[in-house]
Design a protein around this ligand. Structure first.
Ligand code: PLP
Length: 380
């Protein structure tokens, strides 16, 4: 069976390997070149002035030769092109981390005087914190999905959701939410699903955010963020990135492109492992509750009767570490790490119990994973 098309002519699996790389063969290249230049010599300063003026107007990718690393980098641009193709958007803008990407979105809206954000919990702990603490001057109203339309104000600049959410894997009806947002941009954090399982732009989300540190990179060795969106919003994001400096390093851009090539294969193989582990956990008397998305995916959340700290201390093959989306399996205790910065009361209200563990399932043999998990759960 082929993989689903992305809205263009080519299927997702083909785009994952070729998008952003279509010109290589004609250039006599096979691997993607890494352009490490921070600046670019030019004898035509009139031309450079015109390119900077154009960028200041609409934030469009400068035409012609690059000018300066903070304005744009050819290797990073390849990754952006590829991710936009996979998410089915006009453009994508890459940043130094997922949090830098979210910050840029908030700064774009704040600069327009639209400081109010409507958001649904749970979100990744630091996204929650960024909004709750008002670090960038925004003000947040937390709502249930059904309360979104009523919470919108004239100064609402953004609606922010995650589905499946970090760490509970709660799923939302993105199409219904996009409808409730009216003209306010919906940002869907698609870090957990990846474009392999879900393309939020097709369901009406104007902005699709990734912590590319997770599945897009896929090997635990690159930190990055990216926003896939229409070209108009992308232009504003590039202007903010230029002015605030949260750029992605070209080496990271290279590693992300390399990661994208295997994204569909990795996500499907890890998801098959996760579905089997979720089934075994659900049948286990030491486990109180298992959260595994209807959508599928490689993340599992589960609540245990025993002490979650003991499980973290007892794993041997599985790595006890925050983060997710790597080729190897990671386990962490959200109340201690990924969601520690969220107020304990807010955390529990959004379903993040103190007994919840979050497992990011990798590509190991499922029997080896189960043996380790079974041992770590101990006598319960
Ligand atoms: C990790 C994560 C982020 C933050 O990304 P960084 O790359 O760590 O800055 C945002 N959203 C979700 C869902 C995440 O899991």
């Amino acid at each position: 069976m082929g993989s689903p098309a992305t809205g263009g002519l080519r299927a997702l699996a083909t785009e994952a390997v070729h998008a952003g790389r279509d010109d290589l063969a004609r250039q006599g290249l096979h691997a993607v070149p890494i352009d490490l230049s921070t600046t670019y010599p030019s004898y035509d300063s009139r031309g450079e002035a015109a390119r900077i003026d154009a960028f200041a107007t609409d934030g469009a990718e400068p035409e012609g030769p690059p000018v300066y690393g903070r304005l744009g980098n050819p290797t990073v641009a390849r990754f952006e092109t590829a991710l936009a193709r996979l998410e089915g958007t006009e453009s994508a803008v890459a940043f130094a981390s997922g949090m830098a990407a979210l910050s840029a979105v908030l700064l774009v809206r704040n600069a327009m005087g639209l400081r109010h954000v409507v958001a649904v919990r749970p979100l990744y702990g630091c996204s929650d914190h960024l909004l709750t603490a008002g670090l960038l001057g925004s003000e947040v109203t937390w709502v249930d999905p059904a309360g979104i339309a009523d919470a919108l104000r004239p100064d609402t600049g953004l609606v922010l959701v995650e589905s499946p959410a970090n760490p509970t894997l709660a799923e939302l009806d993105l199409r219904a939410i996009a409808h409730a947002c009216g003209s306010v941009p919906l940002l869907a954090d698609n870090t957990f699903a990846t474009p392999v399982l879900q393309r939020p732009a097709e369901q009406g989300a104007r902005l699709v955010l990734h912590s590319a540190t997770k599945y897009l990179g896929g090997h635990g060795d690159v930190m990055a963020g990216v926003v896939a969106c229409d070209e108009e919003f992308a232009g504003r994001l590039r202007q903010v990135r230029f002015a605030t400096g949260g750029v992605l390093h070209p080496l990271a851009g290279y590693l992300l492109l390399r990661g994208l090539s295997t994204l569909p294969v990795r996500v499907r193989a890890a998801s098959a492992n996760a579905a089997e582990l979720a089934r075994r956990l659900a049948a286990d008397p030491r486990v109180a509750r298992v959260h595994y998305p209807r959508l599928g995916g490689a993340m599992i959340a589960f609540e245990i009767h025993g002490d979650p700290h003991e499980v973290i201390a007892a794993v041997r093959l599985i790595t006890p570490a925050v983060s997710l989306g790597s080729v190897d399996t990671l386990i962490q205790h959200p109340a201690s790490i990924s969601h520690r910065i969220v107020d304990a009361e807010d955390r529990r209200h959004s379903g993040v119990s103190d007994r919840l563990l979050r497992l990011s399932v990798g590509l190991e043999d499922v029997e080896d994973l189960w043996r380790d998990l079974d041992g770590a759960l101990g006598r319960g």
